[in-house]
Ligand binder design. Structure first.
Ligand code: UD1
Ligand code: CA
Length: 463
């Protein structure tokens, strides 16, 4: 068991470069807010406490995962001001004696392994401060690391603005990733003494002060460029999304999922997929979607907050907040909407929309239907173009079909309505009243034939 440590996440930056009304750390990578990625990495590394620095009223505190403490940055600008805002929270509960790990809320792909490596280096070197660095990224805009002749870290200089920097300085490739381990007490003492640069207090300003006091500053170098990526603008957000996709899809693949065209597939962070499932090209899995084992999804299926159980097939379809049972076949071109359950072995076919309905085991809705607010009993078969009229312009009503019901093609079912077990409806019927068990409900004009019609048309045209 490693010694306890506190994690402080700086998440109160203005994020100007995002050009957005949404705080930067609430932008999402693989469907998960940037700040939540940092929280998850902190917890996976074993953090005892996680404190996030937020701006009063920016909405970030409200969305934080349970158990994360928020500290408000009420005054001052810059990363140094952010850390100072969390002083009381960090030093409370004996935090003074434990190291504090400082994370930037805009480095979503930081891994628990990197944090563990950082802390191990910090302890082994007996350092006062240890920073995570890499030389594997384009260094433009990042703080660069200057080492002395012994290889120890001397200082960091910023390159957000490049005026006044020499070509030699700009050639430095080792960058500061904004992830640090500090001795907590020394950190806050030094921060009080950091001088403002253009009204900003830089966290990196503590390093020269620590050096002056004879403290060791260590660096932990990472070669994992994906995990090191920082998000300052939308280009950075795209780069992080791509890296997150590579990582997530690779993890699923390692646990037994086949991706036929991984570069065209998008899988969000909250998705689970069972083994031997095959994901076809253009497939998008979002939110809390759970896919079982041995399923086939795609090509071009979108599932959002959906459940797809073992052995189901979903081709070229959209499943939104619906539950697809074991062995069910969906699509191509079906749309399953929230509140829908399709039970074991059922089929929802081509150009079919189902909303807030329960499709029983083994039932079939094969072609061109709208089924809304409806219960379809086990083994029923709805003819092509069966449509439920669930809305009378003011209220929605429910349609109930029993077991083994067979509707003819072009049946309109005007709710509220109950069709008993084993009942039939005639093709082209507009059913407005209940149909008893085992009966045939038929509601359409009787056919009449007009004899000799074609001859009369021809005669008329010759006049
Ligand atoms: C910072 C580092 C830079 C490093 C880079 C890594 C400083 C001065 N520079 O630069 O050396 O290479 O991160 O990505 O620290 N934040 C606050 N309150 C503020 C300002 C920022 O909470 O007042 C938060 C932001 O939300 C963000 C993090 O601190 O999560 C970093 O801020 P940002 O402005 O992006 O710093 P960089 O210019 O990228
Ligand atoms: Ca940044």
């Amino acid at each position: 068991m490693a010694a306890p440590f506190t994690v402080l996440i700086m998440a109160a930056g203005q994020g100007t470069r995002m050009r957005s009304d949404v705080p930067k750390v609430l932008h999402r990578v693989a469907g998960k807010a940037l700040v939540d990625w940092a929280v998850d990495a902190a917890r996976a590394a074993g953090a005892e406490r996680v404190v996030a620095v937020v701006r009063p009223g920016d909405g970030v505190a409200e969305g934080l995962p349970d158990g994360v403490e928020a500290a408000e940055q009420r005054e001052g600008e810059g990363t140094g001001a952010a850390v100072l805002a969390a002083r009381d929270a960090v030093l409370a509960e004996g935090g003074e004696g434990a190291p504090v790990v400082v994370l930037s809320g805009d480095h979503p792909l930081i891994t628990a392994e990197q944090l563990e490596g950082l802390l191990a280096e910090h302890r082994e070197r007996g350092a006062v401060a240890t920073l995570l660095t890499t030389d594997r990224l384009d260094p433009a805009g990042y703080g660069r690391v200057v080492r002395d002749s012994s290889g120890a870290v001397d200082r960091i200089f910023e390159t957000k603005h490049t005026e006044g920097l020499t070509p030699e300085e700009l050639a430095v490739r080792e960058i500061n990733l904004g992830t640090y381990a500090f001795d907590a007490k020394t950190l806050f003492e030094a921060l009080d003494r950091v001088e403002l640069v253009k009204d900003e207090r830089y966290l990196t300003g503590v390093f020269p002060l620590i050096r002056q006091n004879g403290g060791t500053i260590a660096a932990h170098i990472t070669g994992d460029a994906d995990a090191a990526l920082g998000v300052n603008d939308r280009a950075g957000l795209m780069a992080a999304e791509e890296a997150a996709q590579r990582r997530l899809i690779e993890e699923h693949a390692r646990s037994g999922v086949t991706f036929l065209a991984p570069g065209t597939t998008r899988v969000e962070a909250g998705v689970t997929i069972g083994r031997d499932t095959v994901i076809g090209p253009g497939t998008v899995l979002e939110g809390t979607t759970t896919i079982g084992e041995g399923c086939e999804l795609g090509p071009h299926t979108t599932a959002r907050d959906a459940t797809v159980q073992d052995g189901a097939t979903v081709i070229q379809s959209v499943v939104d907040g619906a539950d697809v049972g074991p062995g069910v076949r969906v699509g191509p071109f079906a749309y399953l909407r929230p509140g829908t359950t399709v039970r074991e072995g059922a089929k929802v076919g081509t150009f079919v929309e189902v909303k807030n309905s329960d499709i029983g085991a083994g039932a079939k809705v094969p072609h061109l239907s709208y089924i809304g607010d409806t219960d379809v009993g086990d083994g029923s078969n709805l003819g092509a173009s069966t449509i439920t009229a669930n809305y009378d312009g003011r209220r929605k009503h429910r349609t109930k079909l029993g077991k083994s019901v067979k509707t003819g093609v072009h049946t309109s079912l005007i709710a509220p309505l109950h069709v008993g077990d084993r009942a039939y409806t005639g093709a082209g019927s507009t059913i407005t009243g209940d149909v008893p068990e085992g009966a045939l409900g038929i509601a359409r004009e009787k056919q009449k034939n007009i004899e000799g019609y074609a001859d009369r048309v021809e005669e008329d045209s010759q006049k």
